[in-house]
Design a protein around this ligand. Structure first.
Ligand code: DNO
Length: 358
């Protein structure tokens, strides 16, 4: 297991110099942020980012994310040129030594929350999702939720929502298949493993189809191109927001098959109605047994990348929702501790790929 930490580049309020002080850290997960969606990432930009990260003694082997243009997800006529650009980006990333590329196939929006700073009893604040509040929103009248991409004008959003409603899940699957059949060979050639991120939360919202929600969807996805390069970002917190998803079983199955290339580990407190809020990583704080999840990775000889996912805002920190330094650092150290405990309990060396300095 290689412990990493997400960093949003120079605009990130958390400096790389602080991140490197987290013990047991292998590398940084980041992206080239100033290239418009659908365009090719230039090798020089990738190399500059890599140099910056490596100058701090950290590796840069995982990209989160190369965004997938909506025209690809919608299967519009323009998709071929965009898929070709995606493949070229993969080639450039491979040339620069990147190993894993995370992406998602969620229509229009990435993760959805209704509150970005829910106050918890201990004075910390966190991201939360209220299912009823979301169900009351009429997307035709505009969607105004915190953290949502404001780059769409209301009229554009209406058109997109209508298009997705028309294509539904069946066509979205076909569009994903079209994409995978082209990008997986390009990834193999580049020496890159693709790692799709599941839907967050794992259910349809606003009538938008969502197709990476549970083990059945993931089996179907992996079977489209049954090669290691067609893999997963197994996000415990996203999938765990549906109590029917058994995350430990998913890790055993998909990591056991060598198809998890990136593990996002975070805890959530979920109720039967689908409401949830994000908690500290420790098992008893949320609905997920993080100890059992880490053990499942250990038992399946997981050698891929992991990162502590969203943290709460603690100790007066303010910053990018979910991506402060302190709580994520606690999460990283906790996960490393679990791994060390499990491996020492079994009389093995830790297998943690930390840098020699630690
Ligand atoms: C949320 C993240 C996601 C993830 C993308 C991957 O904090 O896990 O935004 O980066 O879905 O494409």
């Amino acid at each position: 297991m290689k412990m990493t930490f997400r960093w949003y580049g120079d605009s990130d309020p958390v400096p790389l110099g602080y991140i490197r002080q987290i013990p047991g850290l292998y590398g940084i997960v980041s992206a080239v942020y100033d290239v418009p969606v659908g365009e090719v990432w230039p090798p020089a930009a990738i190399r500059a980012l890599k140099d910056k990260i490596e100058s701090q003694g950290l590796k840069f082997e995982v990209v989160e994310s190369v965004p997938v243009h909506e025209d690809i997800k919608l299967g519009r006529a323009t998709r071929d040129a965009l898929v070709a650009n995606f493949c070229e980006t993969l080639g450039n990333l491979g040339d620069c030594g990147l190993k894993v590329v995370c992406y998602n196939f969620m229509p229009v929006f990435d993760w959805t929350r209704t509150i970005l700073s829910l106050k918890l009893d201990d004075g910390s604040s966190t991201l939360a999702f209220d299912a009823e509040e979301v169900s009351k929103i009429d997307p035709q009248r505009g969607i105004n939720l915190p953290g949502w991409d404001a780059s769409y004008k209301p009229e554009e959003l209406k058109v997109l929502l209508a298009e997705y409603r028309e294509i539904g899940e069946a066509q979205l699957w076909q569009n994903l298949e079209y994409f995978l059949r082209r990008v997986v060979p390009a990834a193999e050639e580049a020496g890159i493993k693709l790692a799709i991120h599941p839907d967050d939360p794992p259910r349809p919202i606003f009538g938008l189809p969502r197709i990476v929600k549970n083990a059945e969807d993931i089996r179907r996805l992996l079977a489209i191109v049954d090669r290691p390069a067609n893999g997963l970002t197994l996000c415990a917190g996203s999938l765990g927001a549906d109590l029917h998803n058994n995350i430990v079983a998913m890790v055993r199955e998909f990591s056991g098959r060598g198809r998890v290339h990136f593990a996002h580990i975070r805890n959530v407190k979920v109720d039967e109605k689908g409401n949830f809020f994000e908690t500290a990583h420790k098992s008893e704080c949320g609905s997920l047994d993080i100890g059992a999840i880490v053990k499942a990775y250990y038992d399946t000889d997981y050698e891929g990348y992991v990162r502590s996912d969203h943290g709460r805002m603690i100790w007066g920190e303010s910053g990018r929702p979910g991506y402060g330094l302190y709580d994520r650092a606690l999460g990283a150290v906790y996960i490393n501790g679990l791994w060390e405990g499990i491996s020492k309990g079994e009389g093995r060396s830790t297998g943690l790929a930390a840098r020699a300095a630690h």
